[in-house]
Design a protein around this ligand. Sequence first.
Ligand code: NAG
Ligand code: NAG
Ligand code: NAG
Ligand code: NAG
Ligand code: NAG
Ligand code: CU
Length: 378
Amino acid sequence: MFSKTILASSLIAAVSAHQNFHQFWVNDETPGYQVGIRMPPSNSPVTDVTSEDIACNVNGQTGVADTVAASEGDTIKVQWDQSGHPGPITHMLFGPVDSAKAATGVGSWFKIDELDYVDGKWANEIMGAANMTHEFKLPTGLPSGEYLLRSEMLALHGAQTVGGAQFYIGCAQLKITGTGSDGACGPEIKLPGAYNAEDANIYIPNVYNGFDPTNYTAPGGPVGSCGGSGSTAPVSSKPSSNSTTPATSAAAASSAAVSTSVSIASNVAVSDVAAPTSSAPVASVTAAPGGNTTASALPSLVFPSTFQTSVVAAPSTFQTSVIAAPTNNTAPSAPSSTGSVGTIKKYGQCGGRNYLGATSCESGSTCTVMNDYYSQCV
Ligand SMILES: *[C@@H]1O[C@H](CO)[C@@H](O)[C@H](O)[C@H]1NC(C)=O
Ligand SMILES: *[C@@H]1O[C@H](CO)[C@@H](O)[C@H](O)[C@H]1NC(C)=O
Ligand SMILES: *[C@@H]1O[C@H](CO)[C@@H](O)[C@H](O)[C@H]1NC(C)=O
Ligand SMILES: *[C@@H]1O[C@H](CO)[C@@H](O)[C@H](O)[C@H]1NC(C)=O
Ligand SMILES: *[C@@H]1O[C@H](CO)[C@@H](O)[C@H](O)[C@H]1NC(C)=O
Ligand SMILES: [Cu+2]
């Protein structure tokens, strides 16, 4: 029973754990941990798809110092923090623009990569088996120029309520050498704009009750291309390089004597980069041992069968609270108040089933129910 309790606890932790895109490689070379990536101030998700944060996350309109060199056709590997949240990963490009550092990312994007649900596993599980990495190739036919690369992991564990889907997003700055001409790539979509809270791949009322993820496709439309073999030329104009200069780029500009484009080879050693600041990885739900005797009795197709098993095997106190959550989304639980004191920072967890922590939010934020087992200070 002891180990089962641990399992139940760890899956709850996994449910409330968040993640960031923290590193990438171009043909197996990396500029370093968090280098070239616009890191958000926390590892919390964006849930308002109409917010400009849906483009490059909170503070994502502000450039970082390094823009990393790549060429069309190169293999990009991204690495994210550990994630037990079921859902797809997608990649998009914004550009070409004169300066990736100055680009806001608010505007036109085109999708270059997508991994959804394959052989019974969501992208986050597939990545979990690959040290939380995922690889894809930059399309050929890209016009030379600078770009933002947007990596998005969409978490669907709260998708049974409108606004419950969680978008984890990070944008990297690339300087790409390519052979295409402007306007070659598409189709383009707008962010914000292309996602709607009630889209069928964002709001999934039956996500815990009969939803079949087999043919699920992530938001943002199909993976595009850059001209080439017979594909129709995209009709939309190239992304605006307007970049109504981000608030902080005035400050950035004052130090802009330094070149903003760096090649990986000339970059700092990884060991010079600041240590990770995000929270330690939480055990993935896929770590639970097998045995799925009663898994079919549970409705969820979202979570791996190992997840279901550990829930079923859990002590009855956990069964009640954990199993009840997915099957009943009509009455989101109020933040639990079990006497813990303290104030939660904005974007922190402040409630949800089995949550035992403090429930008051720092001033300027309010504890808001995201779903039955997750309330957040927003
Ligand atoms: C997993 O990724 C981390 C961070 O990049 C790295 O330090 C570690 O060596 C990787 N582990 C394996 C087995 O590749
Ligand atoms: C998924 O797509 C395949 C191929 O189009 C189709 O045969 C199957 O019925 C679809 N499954 C669901 C659940 O829609
Ligand atoms: C770009 O800037 C022009 C001129 O300031 C403006 O009219 C246009 O609306 C802007 N476009 C976008 C997408 O912001
Ligand atoms: C799990 O369920 C599948 C499908 O019902 C079955 O084929 C498999 O043998 C089960 N595994 C265990 C360990 O019971
Ligand atoms: C959901 O929970 C609420 C409150 O506990 C209850 O009134 C309602 O009947 C439940 N609905 C279902 C479908 O179980
Ligand atoms: Cu999370």
